[in-house]
Design a binder for this molecule. Structure first.
Ligand code: SAM
Length: 293
């Protein structure tokens, strides 16, 4: 009998391990860093006007590497304003890494950190249940909307938390990435369940247009070296395959025909290019910045 395929999200430590490996093998964070260096100052240029405190909300912040870079840009724009930084992150391992990062980063005295070990939906239930009325000047959801069940409702809820000048920044894989090709072709044969949706920034832009939200998008070029996926018995390759398919132990649990088809698809020019003998997967991203209406 074929072993069952299940979502990678059902095994948090394997998920975190494969995500870290993905970060090592890709320019994911470097291209975000470049975006923050070149574009964020303009995006946050009015979020704190007239404020004594700026409220920031990170949803699915992971270990906070990108969060701290964005907070530093907000601080550069508003050096005399303190920041309340709220984090909504369900993984205890990620929260621990975030806390460790904060502990070893100097110059964060102007920021108060509030960690919520929660999913975005649990946070929404809390806010509504307790009638909390905090408005946020900057909310970000970076590479996390895949894990939300009802995306339109989530977008509606988080945009309702924005202050007048507030901005919501979303980053997801782009509609022209290898991810999009792979998921469009094979998403229906992978363990799509309520833990992961194969969506791209293109889908989010369509949703935002249909609710007449005001937004701007930016394309980020990014690569991922997936050569190890094609080396028999390579553990890193297996973890990267898990991450690409969002499937726990894909190599061993996928039916043989699907495994072979996906391996071929990953090598094809629809998903990757060959550079210096390496298979480089198209990891292009899009940033979407939503304004409060
Ligand atoms: C791909 S990681 C991105 C982490 C970080 N934003 C980054 O880009 O480095 C996705 C993160 O979303 C978190 N996550 C998963 N499901 C979530 C949910 N329903 N609500 C909020 N965060 C969630 C995961 O624990 C993980 O830290």
């Amino acid at each position: 009998m074929e072993p069952e395929m299940r979502s990678l999200m059902s095994d948090n430590s394997r998920y975190v391990e494969s995500f870290r490996l993905f970060l090592q093998n890709s320019t994911e964070h470097q291209c975000m860093q470049h975006f923050i260096e070149t574009k964020l100052a303009n995006i946050v240029s009015s979020i704190g006007d007239g404020k004594k405190v700026i409220n920031v909300l990170g949803v699915g912040s992971g270990s906070g590497e990108i969060d701290l870079q964005m907070l530093s840009k907000i601080h550069a724009r508003y050096p005399d304003v303190s920041i309340n930084n709220h984090i909504v992150e369900p993984s205890p391992e990620q929260i621990l890494s975030y806390k460790e990062r904060v502990a070893k980063t100097p110059g964060l005295d102007h920021i108060t950190f509030h960690w919520n070990k929660k999913t975005s939906t649990e946070f929404e239930v809390q806010v509504k249940g307790e009638n909390l009325d905090t408005k946020y000047d900057f909310i970000h959801m970076i590479q996390m909307l895949y894990y939300v069940k009802d995306i339109p409702a989530t977008l509606k809820f988080f945009t309702s938390l924005l202050s007048t000048e507030g901005k919501l920044l979303i980053i997801l894989v782009s509609g022209n990435s290898g991810w999009s090709t792979l998921w469009k072709k094979y998403g229906s044969r992978l363990p799509l369940n309520d833990m992961c949706l194969y969506i791209t920034a293109g889908d989010i832009a369509d949703m935002l247009t249909s609710i007449e939200a005001k937004y701007q998008s930016y394309d980020l070029q990014s690569d991922m070296d997936i050569s190890e996926c094609f080396v028999e018995g390579d553990r890193n390759g297996e973890l990267l395959l898990d991450f690409l398919t969002e499937t726990c132990n894909f190599k061993n649990n996928a039916p043989a025909d699907l495994r072979e088809e996906i391996i071929e698809e990953l090598k094809s020019s629809r998903c990757s290019s060959i550079r210096d003998g390496k298979v480089i997967f198209n990891n292009n991203l899009s940033v979407i910045v939503v304004e409060n209406k």
